[in-house]
Ligand binder design. Structure first.
Ligand code: ADP
Ligand code: ADP
Ligand code: MG
Length: 664
């Protein structure tokens, strides 16, 4: 076994790998960019090497600098995590040339699976079922258009080198084809440096079911069952679970064996995932193979009582797989939710900022990197005890920032239950206890999702979120009186705590008479004129027509004060109530007033409008790329574009006006 490894990644996965290495007594070397000098992954490793500026291209994607860091620190092997260099065959080759072990599959297997098109050609030969489509070499736009017409709409265009749900476009009809192809190619070249695409039939109501495979250098190859990752937005996973609801033993064996056949066909070694797209009747087709550890590997660890990073290290060191196929069984049910810094109400736009407050579920009995805990539920792996109920894999701490440079994932929340129902209940509870202040998150959305009828009843397909749009994105409601009362109570408690004058300790209280104090709160939906009435018997809180007793035991929640904003977490909701302190100056009001501004820092990738052009509401005017995604800035009303303030390729700051627009 190795005595020291370098982890060529950041965030939660770097921390995850470090935790297992530490448990096995292996020293760890972190690499970091200038933006990550104080990041958690640097803190949890034994040594750390600065490899360049914030931009991934100049740091986490610099294989040469990473290899030099490994040599300089005496690491024997490199774990690439996921993303970044994890599926880069040239990097794996360079590691070998430098005498370092790449903890992953052979470069030849990565090459074989690296292109979705080439992988499909290979799988076709191995008799693995494929979705009807075109995955050949010809890339001429008219030719591809003809192929799409032949396949029949809707058609899905995919970047052959794609990943992470990027570089994909659904084309509904022939008329849309040209624009979709251009946009797909643009994203493909900017995200993957390769604009090759494939086209295939876009299946209706499919499920995403993937198989975890593992192979060693001695010729053993097994599968660790399936994960259902059907709940997605923009083709990217939101919730993942294992086992897949409704899976039969026969189907599981058939998919497992197809996945092992796919792995064997490319001489696979290490951890890999074979992704299938399945129809509701259970028929399945090969989609792609991810030649690395998958983001959602923890759900497999929880139901199998394994530590897949330990398996990776053992296999890379030449040891045999720790278990054989017949030794693996499924215990209970696990669900993972990806906690993102993003705003679901604004099309899941990434949100950047500082985690001013980070409160995680109280019942965590198991946290990666935590002092007294181990991965995979140490008990589960060795003594058959129940796995931990709640696991959090995170790369950040309170006070850390989510920057525009990297993936905006904050953490992965993983729960285990004896069955799906228990896992669901634990997930809902854990989400309710997850409190973040400082940026937008998808936590409340996730809670609606796991509690919604569709997910709860396992009515799964990749369109679940869109199909349930109305319940998942309820129209914003004014804050309930209970939430306002919690804010008021926190405010009064705060005042009492900070009062120096003993008479102030009873602010507002008059012996044997009532006294009412007005408190004005507001959030983005409404202004609330509330009042607290001090009476000998207690405090009565009133908002509009409703009154409740302040401090009522039934009215519970957590309140965090940030200046004059009260963050009330109650029933899985997060209310942000700004208190209008009559003693302070009126706060400046924020108004976007229809200005067409950059939603976040990024690059202009296309300008579709021209100066002086009359446009209709909804017309796409400018396309920006930020955080590896395209954002379209559309006309808010019918009007005229007076001026365009940036050119293609320009870097734009957050909030910068992009166009001078005049509403008609
Ligand atoms: P999965 O492993 O489930 O297929 P995805 O494909 O959604 O997960 O996510 C993997 C993607 O995450 C990578 O392809 C990359 O775009 C992105 N990524 C890369 N590095 C990181 C990181 N350190 N943290 C989070 N996401 C990353
Ligand atoms: P990535 O490399 O980005 O993970 P995949 O090929 O794995 O790309 O596809 C990502 C997701 O897109 C799938 O999980 C699925 O939801 C959807 N998808 C892919 N192919 C199809 C298809 N032919 N029909 C319908 N949905 C598809
Ligand atoms: Mg995929």
């Amino acid at each position: 076994m190795f005595t020291k490894i370098l982890i060529a990644n950041r965030g939660e996965i770097a921390c995850r790998v470090a935790a297992t290495a530490r448990r096995l007594g292996i020293k760890t070397v972190a690499v970091y960019s200038e933006a990550d000098a104080s990041a958690r992954h640097v803190a949890v490793c034994d040594e750390a090497v600065l490899i360049g500026p914030a931009a991934a291209k100049e740091s986490y994607l610099r294989g040469d600098k990473i290899i030099a860091a490994a040599k300089a620190t005496g690491a024997q092997a490199i774990h690439p995590g996921y993303g970044f260099l994890s599926e880069n065959a040239e990097f794996a080759d360079a590691c070998a040339e430098a005498g370092l072990v790449f903890i992953g599959p052979p470069a030849s297997a990565m090459r074989a699976m690296g292109s979705k098109s080439a992988a499909k050609q290979l799988m076709e030969k191995a008799n693995v079922p494929l979705v009807p489509g075109y995955h050949g070499e010809q890339q001429d736009a008219d030719f591809l258009h003809g192929e799409a017409d032949r396949i029949g709409y809707p058609v899905l265009l995919k970047a052959s080198a794609g990943g992470g749900g990027k570089g994909m476009r659904v084309v509904e009809n022939s008329a849309q084809f040209k624009d979709a192809l251009a946009s797909c190619k643009r994203e493909a070249i900017s995200s993957f440096g390769d604009d090759k695409v494939l086209a295939e039939k876009y299946l209706q109501r499919p499920r995403h079911i993937e198989i975890q495979v593992f192979a060693d250098t001695l010729g053993n190859c097994i599968y660790l069952f399936e994960r259902d990752c059907s709940v997605q937005r923009r083709h990217q996973k939101v919730l993942e679970e294992a086992p897949a609801p409704g899976m039969t033993d026969e189907r599981r064996a058939a998919m497992g064996e197809a996945a092992v056949a796919a792995a064997r066909a490319v001489g696979y070694v290490g951890a890999g995932t074979v992704e299938f797209i399945a129809n509701q009747d259970g028929t399945f087709y090969f989609m792609e193979m991810n030649t690395r550890l998958q983001v959602e590997h923890p759900v497999t660890e929880m139901i199998t009582g394994t530590d897949l990073v330990e398996w990776q290290l053992r296999v890379a060191a030449g040891e045999p797989l720790p278990k054989q196929q017949h030794e693996l069984t499924i215990n209970g049910h696990a669900i993972e939710a990806r906690i993102y810094a993003e705003n679901p109400e604004k099309g899941f736009l990434p949100s950047i900022g500082t985690l001013r407050h980070l409160g995680t579920p109280a019942a965590v009995s198991f946290e990666l990197g935590g002092a007294a805990t181990a991965i995979g539920g140490a008990g589960a792996a060795t003594h058959g005890a129940a796995p931990a109920a709640v696991r959090i894999d995170s790369g950040v701490r309170q006070g850390d920032a989510i920057s525009p440079f990297y993936d905006p994932m904050i953490a992965k929340l993983i729960v285990w239950g004896a069955d799906r129902k228990q896992a669901l209940a634990r997930m809902a509870q854990a989400l309710e206890q997850y409190h973040i202040v400082g940026l937008h998150t998808n936590i409340a959305f996730l809670k609606r999702l796991v509690e919604g009828q569709a997910f709860a009843s396992a009515d799964l397909d990749t369109g679940l979120i869109e199909r349930n749009h109305d319940t998942l994105f309820p129209t914003a409601q004014p804050a309930p009186v209970a939430a306002l009362a919690l804010a008021a109570k926190a405010l009064l408690a705060d005042e009492r705590k900070h009062a120096t004058d003993p008479w102030q300790q009873t602010t507002g209280w008059r012996m044997n008479q009532t006294y009412t104090r007005k408190l004005a709160f507001a959030d983005e939906h409404a202004a609330y004129d509330t009042s607290v009435t001090y009476r000998p018997g207690g405090l009565l809180f009133t908002s509009g027509e409703e009154s409740i007793q302040l401090g009522d035991q039934a009215n519970r929640g957590t309140v965090l004060r940030d200046g004059d904003t009260f963050h009330v977490f109650s029933n899985g909701m997060h209310y942000q109530l700004a208190w209008n302190d009559p003693m302070a100056h009126a706060g400046e009001t924020e108004s976007e007033g229809g200005r067409l501004t950059a939603p976040m820092p990024g690059k202009v990738v296309a300008v579709l409008a021209s100066k002086g052009q009359d446009v209709k509401k909804g017309d796409a005017l400018v396309i920006m790329e930020a955080m590896k995604m395209e954002h379209t800035i559309a006309a808010p009303h019918d009007g005229t574009v007076n001026d365009i303030l940036y050119n293609v390729g320009d870097q734009v700051a957050d909030g910068a006006p992009l166009l001078d627009f005049q509403a008609a």
